[in-house]
Design a protein around this ligand. Sequence first.
Ligand code: PLP
Length: 426
Amino acid sequence: MAEVTLFSRAKEIIPGGVSSPVRAFGSVGGDPVFIREARGAHVVDVTGRDFVDLVCSWGPALLGHAHPEVVEAVRAAAGRGLSFGAPTLAEVELAEAIRARVPAAEQVRFVSTGTEATMTAIRLARGATGRDAIVKFAGCYHGHSDALLAAAGSGVATQGLPGSAGVTAAAAGDTIVVEYNDLDALTRVFDEAGDRIAAVITEAAPANMGVVPPAPGFNAALRELTARHGALLIVDEVLTGFRVGPGGWLGLEGGYQPDIVTFGKVVGGGMPLAALAGRAEVMQLLAPVGPVYQAGTLSGNPLATAAGFATLRLADDAVYAHVDRRSVELQAAVAEALGAASVPHTIQAAGNLFSVFFREGAVANYEDAKDQDTEAFARFFHALLDDGVALPPSAFEAWFLSAAHDDEAMGRITDALPRAARAAAH
Ligand code: PLP
């Protein structure tokens, strides 16, 4: 029972015992697993129990955990110094590697978290347009800055309400929240308030309410609508970038160019690194060249850029082909197990990202996503955990695979699925 003890000890000193809320298992119940180490497709807890990992650090571990070449790159960088607070060759190389994969990323600014990337993107859009309002979609998550924690009120398009205690009504009030995939609602918002809107921010393919891909043409329509009204389009690829393919979701979908794109997770290879990028003309508004201020003591940290560069270098076509194939296999295995146990479910994918909704019928937006049996998910989750498979501890998260998910790892998951499906059934 070392974990119970450790969780109690953690809760004494850290609110909820965790450094980020979802880790506390709040929506599935029970005590979180404390991880001691991770390698390949596996994580090992403090008691030595091994789990096949479908969290992958919530995305970054595209190559699997502790890939030897990434670890070696970090080790070598650490040997040269942990942080300089000065420009480096490594950040120039990583920025060039990003631009080579994502043409919309004409210039790149490094920050440490996805939250910083989107927060800065919003400031930049406001600076570029001289307008205050932003539009976000219900169910899309862009980190925890005040403006982006605005919650939807009732109705398809509402002035944002504070999405957390401590967010002022004023901060949330400049955010307009629209139902995802609802172009008519967005068009009405622009008809009414188009000259106040600095930007629309959207997840490239939403994966924080479960995976809800954009309807065909939706992102391109956002591009057209924002351009027509002089607003910017911010595409948040923090989760999808370099994960669903070398060019992220933009590379898969094609046909439109955002003004600003944000990256995180895979781009840092498991280290705290994120970036905003975009049209040079817009990016040139950032300090020190332009009037929009942004800075960071640890921005472009040499260990983080080393991990990110090694990860992008190793993430070749074979890696994406492998992850894509494993994703298709796993979706089929989950569908078979849940089907055999007569558990209502819908599986949705965006590239190799997918999630399982415990309901019948397609999920187009957050209202649909919330309408599912989260208790069935909790039973499914715990049965898998008992059998050594670690799913994200929430029904509203994507499942993450990696290049290290081999036959052995997949076999352990598929062996565990039938019992978990039966647990979900009652
Ligand atoms: N944007 C998206 C799409 C995300 O999924 C996340 C985190 O999950 C963020 C932004 C925030 O990134 P971070 O947790 O690094 O602040």
